[in-house]
Ligand binder design. Structure first.
Ligand code: TYM
Length: 332
């Protein structure tokens, strides 16, 4: 019998504070699986430069992201946390995989279409972003990739590329599967609930950040867009209230049916919104406390990622040398 734990790998871009979508769709579930799997959580800073970044801000945000991971419950003694650019192998494997990736498949990626539609100058890094993500996953032979719904297509590309490499060069990579929660996987904007909640929203009231103070959370939820009705239900024709109800379910762990039943006697949105804000404040309180206690301890944060590098670099080298041998690169 194979007693080895399955491998989990995932990450969040260091492009600012994590928001409620990142938290409910991803981070809040990560700490529940630490002992069940071998867990690798990394900071994809090489992905972050696919859109322009201020170098000093990116450096700060990368270390700050480590603090946010730990604040969200990632215990560095029970999982490995590392920074993508510290490891030799991600970009090297990206190159090999890109030689197996049809351009058409990259042009069809939803996220590429969304992000490139808003830009005049489109750089090839944005197009190759999903190949880098496939390399992140395959380098460590991850079995499962926990993400929100928006990353499903990218994980599917990683599956396709693993299968293609295995067929072309012989069995090498584990075929990864996405791990996507039912509630929380798609948290929408509080101001335009037909769009997903995002860090880059120009309206700061559309997004709740995990570091938002209780008063701010109350204000943002109270001013969240709903409609002129008063029935609290998961009705796709009323995306505002449906989104708030979905947030409630993801934050409390109850099902949509239970939530609809619970609020079926309410005849106004205001008390429901107040209850939701209270739930979020309570949920985020320990995260904020932990974050405050470690965010300035740069030495500690650096030591966590140094340990991470020591742990994963040998794995990355092993995969890379196997891949290089299989594709026909001459040994050193
Ligand atoms: P990123 O940084 O955009 O988002 C981090 C995680 O948060 C989830 N998420 C959401 N979930 C629910 N509702 C939302 N509104 C919402 N917004 C974001 C994302 O699905 C993700 O799980 N490409 C990835 C980072 C990455 C990665 C990887 C992830 C790079 N390589 C390898 C897994 C494995 C990204 O940009 O996530």
């Amino acid at each position: 019998m194979n007693n080895e734990k399955k491998v989990i790998l995932t990450g969040m871009q260091p492009t600012g504070f994590l928001h409620l979508g990142n938290f409910l769709g991803a981070a809040n579930n990560w700490n529940k699986i630490l002992d069940q799997y071998t867990c690798y959580f990394f900071i994809p800073n090489q992905h972050a430069i696919t859109i322009p970044q201020v170098p000093a801000n990116l450096r700060n945000a990368t270390l700050n992201c480590v603090a946010q991971y730990i604040a969200c419950g990632l215990d560095p003694n029970r999982c490995t946390i590392f920074v993508q650019s510290h490891i030799i192998g991600h970009t090297e494997l990206t190159w090999v995989l890109s030689c197996l990736t049809p351009l058409g498949q990259l042009y069809r990626m939803h996220q590429f279409k969304d992000k490139s539609a808003k830009k005049e100058n489109i750089y090839s890094g944005l197009l190759y972003y999903p190949v880098l993500m496939a390399a992140d996953i395959l380098l460590y032979n991850a079995d499962f990739v926990p993400t929100g719904e928006d990353q499903r297509q990218h994980v599917e590309l990683a599956r396709d590329l693993a299968e293609k490499f295995n067929v072309t060069y012989s069995e090498t990579f584990t075929i990864p599967s996405p791990l996507i929660e039912t509630s929380g996987a798609r948290i929408m904007s509080l101001k335009a609930p037909e769009h997903k909640m995002s860090k880059s929203d120009s309206d700061s009231n559309a997004t709740i950040y995990i570091t938002d103070e209780p008063k701010i959370i109350q204000k943002k939820i109270a001013s969240a867009v709903t409609d002129s009705g008063d029935i609290i239900a998961n009705d796709p024709k009323r995306p505002g209230i449906a989104n708030l109800l979905n947030i409630y379910c993801a934050a409390t762990g109850i099902s949509m049916e239970e939530a609809e039943e619970k609020f079926s006697t309410y005849r106004s949105y205001a008390p429901f919104k107040k209850e939701l804000a209270d739930v979020l404040i309570t949920l985020l309180e320990p995260v904020q406390e932990k974050y405050k206690s470690i965010k300035d301890d740069k030495e500690y944060l650096q030591s966590v990622i140094r340990k991470g590098t020591e742990m994963v670099q040998p794995i990355a080298y092993r995969t890379l040398s196997k891949v290089y041998r299989k594709v026909g690169f001459l040994d050193k």
